[in-house]
Design a protein. Structure first.
Length: 225
């Protein structure tokens, strides 16, 4: 695990995304508010993303043009401004948690096989140390044997059902990259990446099986680590 503290980690994350895209990689994007600036910076570099495929770590069960949709945010900030856009496999939140999870599981297995390996997977960290839509004290964090789980009840706001990659799927990437900013995440950073990590934090279990883990923090998020 490599932890890097930068004044503006969004720049470094944008570099990683652009590099993976230009190499035609399988890229997992995340939602929430933290990655938006990294997406905008990556879009401004206007690389050729046409050989790449974009996936999502999790989604809220809303239509794809809804203000809470992770796809809508990534699409506005990154995907739609690109001159040479990637192939996009979005989670269909509008299907609801169970059907949406089933459809995404099928899409992953069809395109990447039963043991998918994404090249770069960007993740955020919740203030409660959740990752993707795997929340502490909720059963989906313990799901094995499936790549995607339906999450009928979220562990925090926004309180809408979710679809999420499971921990085994999240750990299957070649390069897992966390982007965490802001003082309200400092305690969660300690729980997820401290020594020892707190096992009640779902993010503490995202450790690539055979790959690299890079954590980008700004100074506020790094305050308690
Ligand atoms: C979501 C996410 C989630 C997010 C963290 C951090 O759909 O909510 O994908 O896991 O990454 O909650 O979110 P913020 O960046 O908004 O703090």
């Amino acid at each position: 695990m490599e932890i890097t503290v930068l004044e503006d980690p969004a720049e470094a994350v944008a570099d990683l995304l652009v590099e993976a895209a230009a190499a035609g990689g399988q890229i997992v994007l995340t939602g929430g508010s933290s990655p938006k600036r990294a997406y905008e910076i990556a879009a401004a570099r206007d690389a050729d993303w046409s050989g790449a495929t974009v996936w999502f770590s999790d989604e809220r069960c809303v239509p794809p043009d809804h203000e809470l949709s992770n796809f809508a945010m990534a699409n506005a900030a990154l995907l739609s401004p690109l001159a040479s856009p990637p192939h996009v496999e979005r989670m269909q939140g509008e299907l609801g948690p169970e059907a949406g999870a089933g459809a995404y599981e099928a899409a992953i297995r069809e395109r990447l096989g039963n043991e998918p390996r994404w090249d770069v997977e960007l993740l955020g960290l919740g203030p409660d140390a959740h990752v993707a839509s795997l929340f502490p004290a909720k059963p989906e964090k313990d799901v094995t044997g499936r790549l995607v789980a339906g999450v009928p009840e979220a562990g925090m706001e926004p309180q809408v059902p979710r679809i999420s990659l499971t921990l085994p799927a999240l750990c299957a990437a070649r390069h897992v990259v966390f982007l965490v900013t802001g003082a309200e995440k400092a305690e969660a950073v300690r729980r997820a990446f401290g020594d020892p990590p707190d096992p009640t934090s779902p993010a503490a279990h995202v450790r690539p099986t055979t790959g690299d883990l890079t954590v980008f923090l700004d100074p506020s998020a790094a305050a308690s680590w």
